[in-house]
Design a protein around this ligand. Structure first.
Ligand code: AMP
Length: 233
């Protein structure tokens, strides 16, 4: 377990970007940071899935692209993020998970952040591709959002959530075929975003995501304190 903060009020995480390929654990790690720092997770993938569930025009538009592992157009995603960033819970910071994924999104985010009290810090989570493939194609999710993996963390009874007995599902874009498309999109577009943050300013760090979940959280936490020049780092 990570150390509790000495005094939560003297550490303001500000805007945090979790970067990395599909399956590196951005969503899982974002949830841990939400618990620790009390700032919200903003996952563009989750927001888009919510739109799909509610059959909004954006959701219907995104459905086909997402099922093929392709990106939703930048202006639509940017607008969606702009709406979310206007909500008051983002005042002391937030964790962006899955955004920005293209240089256009990164530049747009920069333009939005000019007036913000702190610059973004970017943490790139790195995991070997063969591990990612197993994580993604083996992932099964309960309706309440509990995540299993048929290879590394299977439920006691196949296809059934251990906690509430609900039926586990596979995300339609977690198949092997779509995994390869998602990796292609990542390499073609998002790897440039990682280079953008690596070379712009000194608020970028890399963390090994191929270790126990709690150890990854500990590394990210230490990285955030260091990037924010916190005395506890
Ligand atoms: P995720 O849950 O982050 O893996 O995202 C699932 C899918 O949503 C992606 O494969 C894309 O189709 C779409 N998506 C999520 N975030 C973005 C983004 N920032 N830009 C474009 N498409 C996105």
């Amino acid at each position: 377990m990570s150390k509790p903060l000495p005094n939560a009020s003297d550490f303001l995480p500000g805007p945090v970007l979790l970067l990395g390929a599909p399956g590196v654990g951005k969503g899982t790690q974002a949830k841990h940071l939400v618990d620790e720092f009390g700032i919200p997770q903003i996952s563009t993938g989750d927001l888009l899935r919510e739109n799909r569930k509610n059959h909004t025009p954006l959701g219907m538009m995104a459905e086909e692209l997402m099922s093929k592992g392709l990106f939703v157009p930048d202006d639509l995603v940017n607008q969606m993020v702009a709406g979310r960033l206007k909500e008051p819970d983002t005042q002391h910071g937030y964790i962006l998970d899955g955004f920005p994924r293209t240089l256009i999104q990164a530049e747009w985010l920069d333009s939005q952040l000019v007036a913000y009290l702190l610059p973004v810090v970017a943490v790139n989570i790195v995991v070997p591709i063969e591990v990612l493939k197993q994580r993604i194609t083996g992932r099964r999710i309960s309706p309440a959002g509990r995540i299993y993996n048929i290879y590394t963390n299977p439920p006691k009874v196949e296809g059934v959530c251990d906690v509430d007995g609900s039926k586990l599902e596979q995300r339609s874009d977690d198949t092997e075929e779509v995994f390869h498309e998602r990796m292609k999109a990542f390499e073609q577009k998002t790897s440039a975003v990682i280079e953008y943050y690596r070379t712009h300013g000194n608020r970028f760090a890399e963390v090994n995501g191929d270790q126990e979940i709690d150890l990854v959280t500990k590394d990210i936490r230490a990285t955030l304190l260091k990037l924010r020049h916190h005395p506890e780092a």
